[in-house]
Design a protein around this ligand. Structure first.
Ligand SMILES: Nc1ncnc2c1ncn2[C@@H]1O[C@H](COP(=O)(O)OP(=O)(O)OP(=O)(O)O)[C@@H](O)[C@H]1O
Ligand SMILES: [Mg+2]
Length: 410
């Protein structure tokens, strides 16, 4: 697949970003779609749909089709993505190749559903997937060529991806299903329980960004909601301590995961990690007070990357551009395409006893930075091919263009 004329898509639980070669980031919208249930048609997507969430207008159902970084509603995701991509067509000819970022912990079925979302309806896209931590690391400024590595923490809306990466591949990773959305929910519960006020997810998000775990500049923030008993609107000053206490279990889980992953990196990667520092990306990394908590847990330097909400798409774009320039072809970005037809046949050939096109990558990544076994395709490529992992490759890469009945229900 050629990469020139491709689009890169960061399909996030909360935000979706699209990058087009030669144009840059052309779309940044909430991952949301509103359906007019009276006529069964799409009423709005992105910002316009998200603005209707929690307001329950008649005959309108607002769907946030991703949960914890993966597709929860395939039809809604497909409709939303095609609407977004239709908008980007004004930036040039129709681009049929798409590189999509997926959480490192996504299962093969979850990965296939992402491909399906872009291939169930016309125009069909050729989809390649990239592990989010690799894209985030590239966007965070790590140069992963020549086996170089780094440590990245991407705190999004649905997942927190904590990963050590090297040579454009994941070395160790953990995808924690606790991130920005879980923080919002924790605040909604705390405000209801402690102050008797029912607030929306949007109001909780505002309290989170203002107060964080530090309590903010003033130590409190205003929130408007419904009184639990009266069911009438009420304004309340929410203390910073209440929000910090609600966020504490999630912040502690994130900091704990960072510590745990750092304790699992191969010794050969330690120097790269210390030199490059722990880099924080994703919108959740902006939470006031979170960076210093992670730095304490990590015990090494920790930095917030520039423009953390765009870090993943920046990295995906860089990876596409590297591919186009033919850079890093030996130890290049580990893209995955779910193979069909002739591609499947080529894939089957590669699962023989020799792996000519990958062998130099194996050598460059020797010395302790082997990808985690939780990454079946990359692990199989780097490790010695055996009959067993050969079958595994076919099983994970092989897919039809259309989702099976089971897949569309996933
Ligand atoms: N200033 C801020 N302080 C705290 N949280 C913030 C801030 N700005 C944005 N966020 C949170 O960041 C999250 C969105 O970040 P991002 O766009 O990186 O997630 P995503 O890519 O959609 O999700 P995921 O990667 O988990 O699928 C939301 O939960 C949002 O509330
Ligand atoms: Mg994300």
């Amino acid at each position: 697949m050629r990469f020139r004329g491709s689009v890169a898509i960061d399909l996030g639980t909360v935000n979706t970003l699209v990058w087009v070669a030669g144009r840059g980031i052309v779309l940044e919208e909430p991952t949301a779609i509103a359906i007019d249930t009276a006529v069964g048609k799409v009423a709005a997507v992105g910002e316009a749909a998200d603005a209707l969430a929690d307001k329950e207008p008649q005959d309108i159902q607002v769907i946030h089709p991703l949960r914890d970084g993966v597709i929860a509603d395939l039809d809604a995701t497909a409709a939303m993505l095609h609407a977004f991509l239709r908008r980007t067509r004004r930036f040039g000819v129709l681009r049929r190749n798409a590189l999509v970022c997926v959480p490192s912990g996504a299962t093969p079925v979850e990965r296939r559903s992402i491909v399906a979302a872009l291939s169930v309806r016309r125009p069909r896209y050729n989809v390649r997937l990239i592990d989010e931590p690799v894209a985030a690391a590239a966007g965070a400024g790590f140069d992963l060529t020549g086996g170089a590595g780094g440590f990245i923490v991407d705190i999004g809306g649905g997942t927190t991806e904590v990963a050590a990466v090297a040579g454009w591949r994941v070395v160790r990773s953990h995808s924690l299903r606790k991130a920005g959305n879980a923080m919002d929910e924790a605040i909604v519960h705390a405000v209801r329980n402690e102050l008797g006020l029912i607030i929306s997810q949007r109001a909780a998000r505002s309290l989170k960004t203002t107060l964080g775990v530090t309590g903010g500049a003033e130590g409190f923030a205003e929130a408007v909601g419904l009184d639990v008993a009266q069911r009438t609107p009420r304004t309340e000053y929410v203390p910073g301590g209440l929000v910090a206490a609600a966020l504490e279990p999630i912040v502690a889980a994130i900091a704990g995961t960072v510590h745990e992953m750092l304790s699992e990196i191969p010794a050969g990667l330690a120097e790269d990690v210390v030199r490059g520092k722990v880099r924080l990306a994703g919108g959740g990394a902006l939470l006031p007070g979170l960076a210093s908590r992670i730095e304490t847990a990590a015990g090494i330097g920790t930095v917030l990357v520039e423009d953390p909400l765009r870090c993943v798409i920046r990295g995906a774009a860089e990876i596409l551009e590297r591919k186009d320039k033919g850079k890093g072809t030996h130890v290049g970005p580990g893209l995955r395409q779910l193979a069909t037809g002739r591609a499947r046949a080529r894939c089957l050939c590669r699962t023989g006893l020799s792996f000519p096109s990958y062998s130099s990558g194996c050598l460059a990544m020797a010395g302790g930075s082997r990808p985690a076994s939780s990454q079946p395709t990359t692990a199989a490529i780097v490790g010695m091919p055996t009959r067993m992992n050969s079958r595994f490759i076919v099983g994970t890469l092989d897919s039809s263009d259309r989702p099976s009945r089971g897949l569309s229900q996933a």
